[in-house]
Design a protein around this ligand. Structure first.
Ligand code: FES
Length: 896
């Protein structure tokens, strides 16, 4: 038997010729810091050092490691952190942390090479980008990574004097942070799901017996619904659990199925044609998925088209008559256009995964989820178990972006298999499943008409959106235009178009980015036609005070001022600057609690929320530490388990606004309790600062629930739902009643200015710089907020330029099933991102903070398209803005 050395120890290698190095590292050696993501060598998450050289272990046959020395993330900095690890911590070069071990292993090799030849000279951004270009970070922590690698190479972290703004950073840079995919119990089986290969079929018979009869198979179950229908390629049909994945795959191949194929329809255009095959008949409409954060309201169905879903229009008849009059009169100010947006995959680096285990009648579920508490509630209902019999755990979550908010089939299937097998079961999606069936931001077609008045006001606005939701409903795009640009009349209409594609899912600001792609370009076009500066026009049409301040900031940027005086261009490379505005609802979750305790003189804060990379642990630690005059790392924060006090989900940018107010109330209560005790037992020889009072305090515990907000006092800050009238109030009531989400007063806002260079020969767009101004109140954790804002912008860049989930229009099968085909932004694509926070406007919220994640991504695609318009005179109406689309648009203009 051959052997290798791994982190200084000798380890044997399997004889299996199919075994990959990553299997040995993770499964046989239990070194789970090395992550499996793409399985194709394109994301770099599995990078290890082989004889000192970085290698992707997902492609390397294990036997090729014979007689070699392997170093994993656990072997780097085991005794003393490497300067790269310290720099990653200090510069907050990570969010969810799932990509971090791979980046660090590569960066350590680069840094050591660099230092050996270049001393302490700092590498350039281009040199760092080239060195790390084989790695992907879906959270978009690239800005911090650039700074961290440059600082480590230039010797700034050779010493030990550094601080980390993220409280769990050490676990993430050393590979000790445990994610759901890393959990392993004794006797654990591997679960695999058998999925439909048909877009539409009725399953007449399914025989699980051949799978059950196989050696080492612990369970096989059907996942069919009561109607025995499958409505998309990839829909779960059955699942098995076996001693390993190879056996489980063989077992699902042994299951026999008899099915009746049914006519199917794929995509928006085909599904809304008269006579198209109907995906959900009347009796089964409730089986459709949900593409939004909240429950949907009632809406009419017409074949596969559902809607309009909510009446947020004002005087819609007037809109129609004014627009048709303007059209008849050839009014040059009337902007009419149809915009199309692409389908964006969440592409979380940690896949959807669950490990389920029964101990008697108690159920423990490790889940990669955005919602530990709510998932526990749903499981309790489904399995008729008391809350204290279920524990849902998510210590660390490798990204979610909206796709992990609901109770998923990977969770219920793992539980059902564990029950049947009487053994713990893990289900972890492979990359194909993750990209095929775990959700996506639906593509959309948005028809817009915008009519300025003769006096320069906004007279009429019409948006009609059709969203390509697959086997799901409840898209909200056009209705979001109620949050901005008050007009004399608005017609805002949303339709879902259902087809035999996997269901879409909520994705960072559901509906916001596609709506803004249309509306913010229409505003830009109106400004051009009215011969008004686009920021000045927004200032005129958008009186919301928080955004007025952002407009002033944007107008003062050099890049904006210089662009105004630029001469017309005719060269191959043309530069342009664009601006766009973003807006999102301020959401918080009623019932959210924070417990605060003194335990052995140490402060412990507890909340059943989770950290998916957005920084919940740090937000709680910072909030409590600040009030007691302590350092954040002195606070022990317990999150990521459903048996803690009820906490918020991580969706809709609700976490911060749900956690800080109860944390502050709990601080007040605990201080009072400590003082009361201190009066009885004063601290000798002390002026009783909190550190000493805590050290002398007996163990105490208090709890606080998220209070209602005060009435806003800042002028112009009001409830957007009340402003939307009766329907807005009804919508708010439904959201609170059925989704436990409250809509607060004020609108989280952002304004982005982007400069691009367009290669008019090849159609490439190079983003030169991005400035993003964000108004979400006080910033609770500045370094993390900066990173999250930049990461949201980077996802917006991907949406605008690269990302498109493609399916075969005949079969409904996915074509972009690997990270090599589904292109997300890499480190070398990213320009410097300047983040500006305006901290006013949310004084009515205890603590003054609301969430960042959604609003920062909304304006990126239109700002970029407006910059291209500024550079070339061409308005791109479809994203992603691929080179071929840009060239075609440029040629069309030339031909015209
Ligand atoms: Fe890179 Fe989350 S921090 S994928």
């Amino acid at each position: 038997m051959s052997t290798m050395t791994i982190n200084g120890r000798t380890a044997s290698l399997p004889d299996d010729p199919d075994a990959l190095l990553i299997d040995v590292v993770r499964d046989a050696q239990g070194l789970t810091g090395t992550k499996l993501v793409c399985g194709a060598g394109v994301c770099g998450a599995c990078t290890v050092l082989v004889d000192g050289e970085p290698v992707v272990s997902c492609l390397m046959p294990a036997r090729h490691a014979a007689d070699k020395s392997i170093t994993t993330i656990e072997g780097i900095g085991a005794e003393k952190l490497h300067p790269v690890q310290k720099a990653f911590m200090a510069h907050d070069a990570l969010q969810c942390g799932f990509c971090t071990p791979g980046f660090i292993v590569e960066a350590v090799a680069f840094c050591d090479r660099w230092r050996a030849t270049k001393g302490t000279a700092a590498p350039s951004r281009e040199e760092i980008g080239a060195a790390l270009s084989g790695h992907l970070c879906r959270c978009g922590a690239y800005d911090g990574i650039f700074r961290a690698v440059a600082a480590a190479c230039s010797g700034q972290f050779d010493g030990d004097n550094f601080a980390s703004p993220r409280v769990e950073a050490r676990a993430k840079v050393t590979g000790s942070a445990k994610y759901t995919v890393d959990i392993h119990h004794d006797g654990q089986l591997e679960g695999v799901i058998l999925r439909s290969q048909w877009a539409h079929a009725r399953i007449a018979e399914i025989d699980l017996a051949p799978a059950r009869a196989m050696a080492d198979v612990g369970a096989a179950i059907s996942l069919l619904g009561d109607d025995r229908m499958v409505r998309f390629v990839g829909q779960p049909i059955a699942a098995v659990a076996a001693k390993d994945r190879k056996t489980a795959l063989a077992a699902i191949a042994a299951i026999t199925i008899k099915s009746e194929r049914l006519p199917s329809v794929i995509g928006l255009d085909a599904a809304r044609k008269p006579g198209a095959p109907v995906v959900f008949d009347k009796a089964n409409r409730k089986k459709a998925g949900n593409v939004s954060e909240g429950a949907g309201g009632p809406a009419a169905w017409n074949g596969n088209v559902r809607g309009p879903s909510a009446a947020f229009s004002q005087k819609p008849k007037k809109v129609r008559s004014w627009v048709s009059e303007a059209r008849a009169a050839n009014n040059p100010l009337l902007v009419e256009e149809i915009f199309r947006t692409g389908t964006q995959s969440h592409a979380c680096l940690e896949p959807h995964a669950t490990v389920a285990r029964f101990d008697g009648d108690a159920l423990t579920v490790h889940a990669s989820t955005q919602n530990v508490f709510h998932v526990m509630e749903l499981l309790a209902k489904r399995y008729k178990l008391a809350h204290d019999k279920i524990r849902v755990i998510a210590d660390h979550v490798g990204g979610g972006f909206g796709s992990k908010g609901a109770l998923g089939i990977e969770t219920t299937a793992a539980i059902d298999l564990a029950r049947e097998a009487k053994a713990p079961v893990r289900i972890a999606y492979d990359r194909h499943e993750e990209l095929a069936v775990s959700g996506y931001r639906p593509a959309a077609e948005i028809k817009i008409a915008l009519l300025p008045s003769a006096q320069g006001g906004l007279k009429a606005l019409s948006l009609t959106a059709h969203a390509d939701t697959g086997a799901a409903t409840n898209s909200t795009l056009a209705a979001l235009a109620r949050l901005i640009y008050p007009a004399e009349a608005k017609e805002l209409v949303d339709f879902d178009v259902i087809s035999n594609l996997p269901p879409g899912a909520p994705f960072r600001g559901p509906g916001g980015p596609p709506m803004a792609f249309a509306l913010e370009q229409a505003i830009d076009e109106a400004a051009i036609r009215m011969k008004v500066d686009p920021i000045d026009l927004r200032k005129r049409w958008d009186p919301y005070p928080n955004r007025q301040r952002l407009y002033d900031w944007a107008a003062s940027l050099d890049v904006w001022r210089n662009a105004k005086s630029a001469a017309p261009q005719s060269s191959r490379y043309r530069r342009g600057v664009g601006v766009a505005t973003g807006y999102w609802l301020y959401l918080w979750q009623p019932g959210s609690k924070v417990d605060l305790a003194v335990v052995g003189g140490r402060l412990v804060a507890s909340c059943a929320t989770q950290d998916i990379g957005q920084g919940s642990r740090t937000v709680i630690a910072n909030t409590v530490a600040r009030e007691f005059g302590l350092e954040p790392h002195e606070i022990e924060v317990r999150i990521g388990a459903s048996d803690l006090p009820e906490g918020p989900g991580a969706g809709g940018s609700r976490s911060t606004a749900s956690m800080i107010p109860p944390a502050l109330l709990a601080v007040q209560k605990l201080k009072a309790a400590i003082e009361q005790n201190a009066k009885r037992k004063p601290v000798k020889g002390s002026n009783a600062p909190w550190r000493e009072l805590l050290a002398a305090s007996p163990d105490l515990r208090v709890s606080a629930v998220r209070p209602e907000d005060d009435k806003p006092t800042s002028p112009g800050v009001r409830s957007p739902l009340k402003e939307a009238g009766f329907m807005g109030v009804i919508f708010g009531w439904m959201l609170r009643r059925f989704s436990n989400l409250a809509v607060g007063a004020g609108v989280p806002s952002s304004v982005q200015v982007i400069e691009v260079e367009v290669d008019t020969w090849l159609g490439h767009v190079r983003v030169l710089n991005i400035h993003t101004g964000i108004a979400v109140g006080k910033i609770a954790a500045p370094a993390l907020a900066h990173s999250q804002a930049a990461g949201s912008v980077i996802q917006g860049l991907g949406y605008a330029l690269y990302e498109a989930r493609e399916t075969d229009p005949r079969t409904g099968d996915i074509l972009t099933a690997g990270m090599e085909d589904y292109r997300i932004p890499g480190i070398a694509d990213i320009p410097e991102i300047d983040v500006h926070f305006d901290e006013g406007g949310f004084d009515h919220v205890l603590g003054g903070s609301v969430g960042i994640g959604e609003v920062a991504t909304v304006p990126t695609s239109p700002a970029l398209a407006n910059a291209i318009r500024n550079a070339t005179g061409i308005r791109l109406t479809e994203i992603p803005i691929r080179p071929d689309r840009l060239i075609a648009a440029l040629k069309g203009r030339t031909a015209a």
